[in-house]
Design a protein around this ligand. Structure first.
Ligand SMILES: *Cc1c(COP(=O)(O)O)cnc(C)c1O
Length: 408
């Protein structure tokens, strides 16, 4: 038996002394909620009335015919309110905040998706909300900043360091140290100090629970393989959790960016470029230099562009329960285009990593085998990036005209 909060020797809770009591309080609240049979029922009821749960399972018959191999099924997390699986975690933490009687939440955000989800939850639960965001990201992600503010959140630009996600995380922790009595920190993925990895994957396990039941109903068999993209690891752990005890191969797909050989990627487990270290309150694989400096990462998908990875996935990497692969920006954009054309579905660029890898492997499997892809989110948000990748001239004209309208 290993220590709670450790997976192999990954994980842990390396937090400042002043926060130890707050982490204990959170762990106790989470344990009490989890052992209260009405809590999960309350969570499911909330998610079905507010976020389209259970999300459907879609048979991708045209893609299946196209590749001529395994039958392809898609779990539709894109149909959640705010467009991705992130709301599963955020609403669950909202219920915990209510149980703890706190009145304010804070969050970090990179691309802004977790910030929008948290601001949404705060509006719904009547909580005060501050979202920390690197100043560079505030500029890059104006549409999400706009909506967070409309939802009533205060967006705090962070001007420290590289002015991106990791600096936002540091500032959010700094806020928490001085406000913990009334404030809960809504961490966005299955990373960070214990109990966050365990708690976030608990709420995301709703994806795997539903998917397993739906697949058995639809096909009367277990999938040969399950594919999910891996940023921090929460959607992957969510869908994988339904199949951990089954003879099912689990495939986590990271961002190969411009290619693993270029160094411009965000593959922590599928490359040899990451090493084990302690940062941001937990122990895992980080893309870091020999002196522990975090390396710049790259992905066409902003949500996969993170230096660390869930300690639970690091553990499944070590025990070989999950196979890790990586897909390049180019493969990902092609997979998105093909999925739109064949199925009328636009996966988020993050999710399209899982599609790209599944498309490589589907033709090598037989027609009586089933594979499952987790569509973690919808791609509407990615219009700027995708239009640029396709070098769409009409889109450029549109943007130029808009700029002119504002006197640029
Ligand atoms: C944030 C995000 C991800 C990456 O986060 P995980 O914790 O790895 O799931 C993946 N897909 C979408 C659509 C996202 O918004």
């Amino acid at each position: 038996m290993t220590r709670r909060g450790y997976y192999s020797d990954f994980g842990g809770a390396f937090v400042p002394e002043v926060l130890v009591a707050t982490f204990d309080e959170l762990t106790r609240a989470f344990d009490a909620a989890r052992s209260d049979p009405s809590f999960w029922a309350q969570y499911e009821a909330l998610m079905s009335s507010y976020s389209c749960r259970p999300t459907p399972l879609t048979y991708a018959e045209n893609l299946t015919r196209h590749f001529g191999g395994a039958r392809i099924y898609i779990k539709r997390e894109d149909l959640n309110h705010t467009g991705a699986h992130k709301l599963n975690n955020v609403m669950g933490q909202g219920l915990l905040v209510r149980r703890m009687g706190k009145s304010r939440v804070i969050a970090e955000t990179g691309a802004g998706q977790h910030g929008v989800a948290t601001a949404t939850m705060a509006a719904k639960f009547g909580l005060e909300c501050s979202v920390y965001m690197g100043a560079v990201d505030v500029e890059r992600q104006r549409p999400n900043v706009f909506w967070m503010e409309r939802l009533g959140a205060q967006v705090v630009p962070v001007n420290e360091g590289s002015r991106t996600l990791k600096d936002a995380i540091n500032e959010a922790f700094r806020d928490w140290v001085s406000s913990m009595d009334q404030t809960h920190y809504v961490l966005g993925t299955a990373c960070g100090p214990h109990p966050f990895p365990e708690m976030v994957s608990y709420f995301q396990s709703i994806v795997g629970l539903e998917a397993r039941r739906q697949l058995l109903e639809a096909t009367a068999r277990l999938p040969a393989r399950v594919y999910a993209c891996v940023g921090g690891g929460s959607n992957a752990l969510g869908v994988f959790s339904g199949f951990l005890e089954d003879p099912v191969e689990l495939v986590g797909v990271e961002a190969a960016g411009h290619g693993l050989e270029t160094g411009q990627h965000a593959a922590r487990l599928a490359s040899r470029d990451a090493s084990v270290g302690v940062a941001q309150g937990y122990k895992t694989y980080f893309l870091q230099n020999a002196d522990g400096q975090m390396r710049p990462t790259h992905s066409v998908a902003a949500g996969l562009d993170y230096v660390g990875v869930s300690p639970i996935l690091a553990h499944y990497h070590r025990t070989k329960r999950v196979r890790f692969e990586a897909a390049t920006d180019r493969e990902v954009v092609q997979a998105l285009a093909l999925t739109a054309r064949k199925e009328g579905l636009i996966p988020a660029l993050e999710s399209a990593h899982a599609f790209a890898r599944a498309f490589k492997e589907a033709p090598t499997l037989s027609g009586d085998q089933v594979i499952l892809i987790n569509q973690s989110g919808r791609g509407d948000k990615d219009i700027f990036t995708v239009a640029e990748a396709f070098d769409d001239p009409e889109w450029k004209t549109f943007i130029r005209n808009k700029a002119e309208d504002y006197g640029a």
